[in-house]
Design a protein around this ligand. Sequence first.
Ligand code: GLC
Length: 741
Amino acid sequence: MLKSKHLMLLLLCTFLVSFSAEAQKKTIEQRVDSVLKLMTLDEKVGQLNQYTSAWATGPVSPEGNKIQEIKEGRLGSLLNVKGFDKTRAMQEVAMQSRLKIPLLFGLDVIHGYKTTFPIPLAEAASWDLGAIEQGARIAAVEAAASGVHWTFAPMVDIARDPRWGRVMEGAGEDTYLGCLIAKARVKGFQGKGLGNTDAVMACAKHFAAYGAAIGGRDYNSVDMSDRTLWEVYLPPFKAAVDAGAATFMNSFNDLNGVPATGNAYLQRDILKGKWGFKGFVVSDWGSIGEMIQHGFVKDNYEAAQAAIKAGSDMDMESRSYIKNLAQLVKDGKISEALIDDAVKRILQKKFELGLFEDPYKFSNPDREKQALNNPEHRAIERDMARKSIVLLKNENNILPLSSGKKIALIGPLAKSKDDMLGFWSVAWPDNSDVISQFEGLEKRVGKGKLLYAKGCGISDSSKADFAEAIAVALKADIVILSMGEKRDMSGEAKSRSNIHIPGIQEELIKAICETGKPVVVLINAGRPLVFNWTADHAPAILYTWWLGSEAGNAIADVLFGDYNPAGKLPMTFPRSEGQVPIYYNYMNTGRPAADNGTFANYRSGYIDMVKSPKFPFGYGLSYTSFKYSDLKLSSSQMDSNGTIDVSFTLTNTGKYAGEEVAQLYLRDQVASVVRPVKELKDFQKLMLKPGESKIIHFTIDKQKLSFYNNKLEWVAEPGTFDLMIGSSSADIRLKDKFELQ
Ligand code: GLC
């Protein structure tokens, strides 16, 4: 008796809870509809209109009277306004409008807000999904505490061309890794869900295939098969949708001749149709109006028509919507229903954020004071920075440094604080709390004990300071060289045709190496660079990207072995720009050249350079070494509903505890469309003590064997698969084969 009473009570509670959640959701939809019914056409169009505020992150459009427009309900969102006070002030203006619809505040919180994290490409080198999610979480906590509702991140564009400056914003060249990182970042930004005062709306961008711009030239055309689009470039966006991304941002490029912002195939058929995306799409800065430049529309009237029809809900900065949408409705060119759909999507998010209940809930001075740049956040950032560093070379185990050595730090980036922030820094130009490499190292060796010389500039050709640098080097036991790009040589509109280390820096490296002193080179950049002489001659190299607020401390931790570097390259590093695009998961072709054959006669190679990259995808060394052994497959055959358990033993064979990222690659030997020579399908990052072994398991299932065939069907075809496990895409330690029946 008692039992059944409990059961009834449980069932009743379950019903009430689910009813209230459903009711809550229904309430928001009902409330959206009730607001929509009150809105004039002009007020509806106003919700689709977004301007920048304090500063521009694109071609500046003519100033209007934004305050007046907000009062008239002609603005739905502002970007580039931050701080509890400034966001509150703008929201107070919005509360003077007839319907008091709150503004959305958006900002490019790409890798941190006040606590600046490593650039996203550096974070990708950590292959540590938990750490990446945590970094986004902290960025959200700080941004939300300062009145920001919405970050224009994560950028999930797959990129295979290091000439493109925006590779620094993404997760590199691999779709599998890119999907996992997209999910981690969306979850980090949105936390326990919208409405929490420590969560911001994520924005998956740039939809779509922006990273495939021809020539690596920013904003350039993209032309590719639908198969490649679906197989390589779309999956990270789908991962973002599946992770619950609240918004999307479209891209500047045309895709196969149709600008993304006017591309109904992308935004309506795929995103809102097939994928069922319920959030809203914001155009990238001015991209709606730029369809005139593209030659896709005649004027802003046509641009507005094309964009709203194609599913662009909010117009960032082009003013095409605010000036034309109402007229388009009056002219019968578009139905008001199209506008209503866009408005409802935007209002839905404003309700979910809780802004109708309390427009000022995110503008809280106490929360801002407590959250920004606090010691806990900085400690986590320092850890993320260490994890992002990639050890490219360490001849004769020159690293880690032992204490007591006289160290010289030389180079144009040694004392830089600005550059540690990277291109998309919210904190910049305030770099006062950034730990420079000089400060981080001096803290370790003692005040006044670190020798220093600048040596040269970043891009100039003056050797005037070489002599001083050589003299300083001769006084030291070991020289650390800090070289690379400036922070604004990568990022948006920062494509480079020549991606060598700039200026005469490599000549300085050569001059210092010629002193005979042991040399460790730190390369700071937002992209893969070309540095063949250094790679061939410097005994030790660390790729230190742009590591953010704690850069100097993190680098010191690695140099002195407090942290054993474990980063793995998320992008291929070419030997020259002439090899680009170059990536690990290429097709074999009918005439494959040997990786290191110099003469490519009648082979798909170069007559003047080997085919292989300088450093491959997935590459990174450690202060210790690892052995891979005892590969076992639970079966050499599987059917399409089956799985194969793959196991092997990983052993730390060195004298330092360290982490290894063990990578699983597969190759479909024969298929209805040619398949890459290898594809990353799984990985595990784990810590091993010296001498310790662990058995690692991977599971092969149909999903890992599937691809889009030439009918765009997602299929796994019977046949033989090569299985490869390694420490990088080019360092395969264990191999086997299996059959899909
Ligand atoms: C820029 C970028 C985009 C950014 C937006 C707002 O042009 O392309 O990534 O979010 O404008 O700053």
